[in-house]
Design a protein around this ligand. Structure first.
Ligand code: HEC
Length: 102
């Protein structure tokens, strides 16, 4: 009997754990800088993830960005052509670069 009571209490307690009212999930949009090559970045990078990953890196060197794009291609199989890679690295360095080549 006690067991039954316990099961009854436990199975109803979940109801009390509910949150009253609507839950709002915040929508976070990442503002990306517009610049030469942006369209290519949008087409080649946005297919897998948001711009958040790019913005969160902070200002980085040209080598850093070049390695990152390479990583996307070799590790994650991003279908990005050699021509696009150049455009993207230029864009990233121009807009999210720290002025250093290495
Ligand atoms: C084929 C899918 C795919 C494409 C296309 C892609 N990425 Fe990624 N990217 C990933 C994955 C997967 C991760 C790792 C996510 C994690 O670790 O949680 C990632 C992570 C990142 C990171 C975070 C740092 C790191 O080293 O993990 C950066 C920066 C990044 N991507 C930049 C880019 C850029 C720039 C492009 C466009 C040239 C791009 N990605 C295109 C799949 C992709």
């Amino acid at each position: 009997m006690k067991k039954l009571l316990l099961i009854a209490i436990l199975s109803t307690s979940a109801l009390f754990a509910q949150v009253k009212g609507d839950i709002e999930v915040p929508y976070i949009s990442y503002p990306i800088k517009m610049g030469k090559g942006f369209n290519t970045v949008q087409a080649d990078c946005l297919m897998c993830h948001s711009f958040g990953y790019i913005i969160n890196q902070g200002p980085q060197s040209r080598k850093f960005w070049s390695k990152k794009v390479e990583k996307m291609i070799t590790h994650f199989k991003a279908p990005i052509s050699k021509k696009d890679t150049k455009v993207i690295v230029n864009y990233l360095f121009e807009n999210y670069g720290n002025g250093k080549l290495k």
